[in-house]
Design a protein around this ligand. Structure first.
Ligand code: SF4
Length: 357
């Protein structure tokens, strides 16, 4: 007797066309109710993560700078000890529509950074260590305030790469206090695999920058020649944990990876390489935001006091090659490379009145 239904495995495309995407069997980007991952980890795993977080703080090699310091006694390159320094905690409306929603993203802007981007758009926060000191427990209590008072859609930890142990402890504390909204890890992607592993089970959405591709560019502009190699491994590990970006029916992202690329002047070939990497080595269904709002900031365009003219006056500006906004041609070049590579989920304005799912 013939079976009434054919099993799914029997209707899959043959292996010779396995890489061709079947749009009528689109992946399930729409979720039913969503329970944050940190609410699902066992108390045993939570205890293991706590203990791992404390041990990382005592011998910090947690980001690619590998300082090896005891952060209870001193600081490494990020200049942050065992507490965090926070600049702003507030509902934020400058994120992608699927992240900020109607009520805003509950953003926590960390002071300090493990990178030294010469064009940093948040220079006063990242490089100048302005803000208030909080213990991990106090930080977790702020998440609850954002949830209860701000009614935010998520907790968005901005620039967490250098405070991963403290962030892990804060999420576990907030979980016990009743946090229910997703955690967004908003990163430069200059993370170690150990950091991403510590965040596994605690983070719902990875909001990951991928800035530059060439070591020579990242050495000059980010002060990290191993940036792209590190970001490639980090982004792949993030995707392994949470998959492609998924939404609930209200259009708010709840789980997955969203990659941002800030288009840089004259660096469109590097942007194109990043798009090809995402499509090839991460996922053709990766949700991508190609951002065109670069503006010269921080050290870019400042008078170069080292180069003197004959009359002894400063002659040139610093980092002149990136001292301009990007052109629409540069943005279009990267967008075309992305679509040619097979990417199709972009942070475009919706063609209807709703959210861009
Ligand atoms: S997190 Fe800070 S102390 Fe730890 S390795 Fe990175 S820069 Fe150094």
């Amino acid at each position: 007797m013939r079976p009434l239904f054919t099993s799914l495995s029997k209707v899959r495309p043959p292996t010779t066309v396995a890489r061709r995407r079947w749009l009528h069997l689109a992946p399930p980007f729409l979720l039913d109710d969503y329970i944050p991952r940190y609410q699902q980890i066992s108390s045993r795993d939570a205890a293991k993560k706590r203990s791992l977080a404390y041990s990382h703080l005592q011998n910090c090699n947690l980001c690619p700078r590998k300082c090896g310091v005891n952060r209870r006694e001193t600081t490494g390159m990020c200049l942050i000890g065992d507490n965090v320094k926070v600049n702003v905690i507030a509902p934020h409306f400058g994120e992608e529509p699927c992240i900020q929603g109607h009520n805003g993203s509950g953003s926590v802007f960390m002071s300090g950074c493990n990178m030294r981007c010469i064009f940093c758009q948040n220079y006063d926060i990242s490089h100048q260590r302005n803000g208030m000191d909080l213990t991990p427990e106090e930080l977790g209590e702020w998440y609850l305030k954002l949830q209860e008072v701000g009614k935010v859609h998520n907790i968005n930890i901005v620039t967490p790469e250098h405070v991963v142990p403290q962030v892990a402890l804060s999420i576990l504390h907030a979980k016990d206090l009743g946090l229910r909204v997703p955690i967004v890890y908003n990163t430069s992607s200059f993370d170690s695999l150990a950091s991403i592993e510590l965040m596994d089970g605690l983070v719902d959405i990875y909001l990951a920058d991928f800035k530059l591709w060439e070591p020579s560019s990242s050495k000059r502009l980010l002060k990290a020649d191993d940036y792209a190699a590190t970001a490639r491994e980090s982004v792949k590990a993030m995707h392994m944990q949470v998959g492609d970006l998924c939404f609930t029916g209200d259009g708010i992202a709840k789980r997955g990876l969203l990659v941002r690329h800030l288009v840089m002047p004259g660096k469109q070939e590097e942007g194109a390489e990043i798009m090809r990497f995402l499509a090839r080595d991460v996922s053709a269904d990766c949700f991508v935001n190609i951002m065109e709002q670069y503006r010269p900031a921080a050290h870019v365009g400042k008078k170069n006091t080292r180069v003197k003219s004959r009359d002894g006056q400063p002659e040139e500006v610093r980092y002149a090659e990136v001292n301009r906004p990007v052109s629409s041609q540069e943005v279009s070049f990267i967008r075309k490379a992305a679509t040619d590579a097979g990417l199709w989920r972009f942070n475009d304005p919706p063609k209807h009145d709703g959210f861009a799912i």
